[in-house]
Design a protein around this ligand. Structure first.
Ligand SMILES: Nc1ncnc2c1ncn2[C@@H]1O[C@H](COP(=O)(O)OP(=O)(O)O)[C@@H](O)[C@H]1O
Ligand SMILES: [Mg+2]
Length: 369
């Protein structure tokens, strides 16, 4: 097991003309489940490939615990590069390739056999891992005789029997249908907790990140936009990108003018609560972006801070309703958890004033702490 530190790591695919990762700094604790999250092309796989040793960064340092795995710097000074096979890592990709002519047992034993591990040790580890992944009954089948979900579990098992110090997964559940994905996700998290292996999991899916991560690293265009626990990012997004990336349906954003003691969105006005006054003082007479999550609207019980909304459509979710309303011209989503959907087409809503997110429209940075 190991912690992972990345210091000032930059990566270029065109000899320094442009950088796909720019001075990345990251600290992953021993045993942590860390998720690299972000839109396609933001550099998640690139960062992971550097950690695996499949890619040479242009500059920076990667350490596992106290051991330097990669050190790249100006003019090759103090260069260190530990090759992938000496890093004691295991990787699983979306396109997991099992050996088709081997049984599940042989697939899972293969790496240990190559390392010349004793036979009873191999048997013990394979059967332990098979039990963890509920694939004991499949050990004598070949990959062609397995479903997609079973194959993916074998791929995880094959990676994990080697007892790696770091476990790297790159969009490993992308090929599975939704139900299987939920199941394998749950099993993966359970095993990771039991084995306590430092894990990095790459995904563009915010639900996977929210449900599995101890630590989310949310990236955009080769930069870290914010990192922290899922709740830190969700409850306290440091910028509009993070606010919009986490949460389904997405957060609603309103452009407001800060006037006297109100936030004026044109179609409604909210009285600025005491605790936001200081942060909003520098914005007097200017505009701010106000973010309200769908679950932070509620039906108003008085005229105070009331927002007139016209119901467009209602989607029952089983345990709640998504109500699409129009506030002025703007379509807004409201998640309503009452037992019965409101009958009226005209509603008075209000926002949970303790959960307002305010951003500077120019910098997109969070205003209220
Ligand atoms: N081998 C490569 N050569 C040139 N550009 C690459 C290569 N691999 C990735 N890129 C570019 O680097 C950026 C980051 O890619 P990648 O790390 O694969 O993103 P992600 O995994 O977040 O989708 C993208 O703009 C991609 O086009
Ligand atoms: Mg990728």
């Amino acid at each position: 097991m190991a912690s992972i530190q990345i210091k000032d790591m930059s990566v270029s695919y065109n000899k320094g003309k442009s950088y796909v990762l720019d001075k990345l700094n990251l600290d992953i604790k021993d045993g942590e489940f860390c998720v690299f999250l972000g839109p396609s092309g933001c550099g998640k796989s690139t960062a992971m490939h550097c950690i695996a040793g499949l890619l040479h960064p242009a500059s920076g340092e990667i350490r596992f615990g106290d051991t330097v795995m990669t050190r790249a710097g100006a003019k090759g000074r103090d260069k260190i590069f530990v090759p992938p096979q000496e890093r004691n890592i295991a990787m699983v990709f979306q396109e997991y390739a099992l050996y088709p002519n081997m049984t599940v047992r042989e697939n899972m034993s293969f790496a240990l056999k190559t390392k010349k591990a004793p036979k009873d040790e191999i048997e013990k580890r394979v059967s332990y891992m098979a039990q963890m992944l509920s694939i004991e009954q499949l050990l004598d089948r070949r990959p062609a005789e397995l479903s997609g979900g079973q194959r993916q579990r074998v791929a995880l098992g094959r990676a994990l029997v080697r007892d790696p110090q770091v476990f790297l997964l790159d969009e490993p559940l992308g090929n599975l249908d939704a139900k299987l994905r939920d199941q394998v996700r749950y099993e993966l998290k359970k095993i990771q907790l039991q084995l306590g292996i430092t894990t990095i999991y790459v995904t563009h899916d915010q639900t996977e990140a929210m449900t599995m991560a101890d630590h989310i690293v949310l990236m955009k265009d080769g930069h870290i936009m914010q990192q922290g626990t899922p709740n830190e990012l969700y409850d306290h997004p440091e910028n509009e990108f993070v606010a919009g990336f986490l949460g389904t349906p997405q957060i609603n954003i309103f452009s407001c003018e800060v006037r006297d003691d109100v936030l004026d969105a044109g179609d409604f006005r909210l009285r600025i609560p005491q605790e936001l006054r200081a942060s909003l003082a520098p914005y007097a007479g200017k505009r701010v972006d106000l973010g309200i999550r769908p679950s932070d609207f509620e039906l108003a019980s008085s005229q105070e801070n009331a927002i007139a909304a016209h119901v467009d459509s209602i989607e029952p979710l089983g345990d709640a309703y998504l109500i699409y309303v129009r506030i002025g011209e703007k379509v807004v989503v409201f998640k309503y958890t009452g037992e019965h959907a409101p009958q009226d087409r005209e509603l008075l809503l209000t926002a949970n004033m303790k959960k307002l997110h305010l951003f500077d429209p120019q910098t997109q940075e969070r205003i209220n702490q």
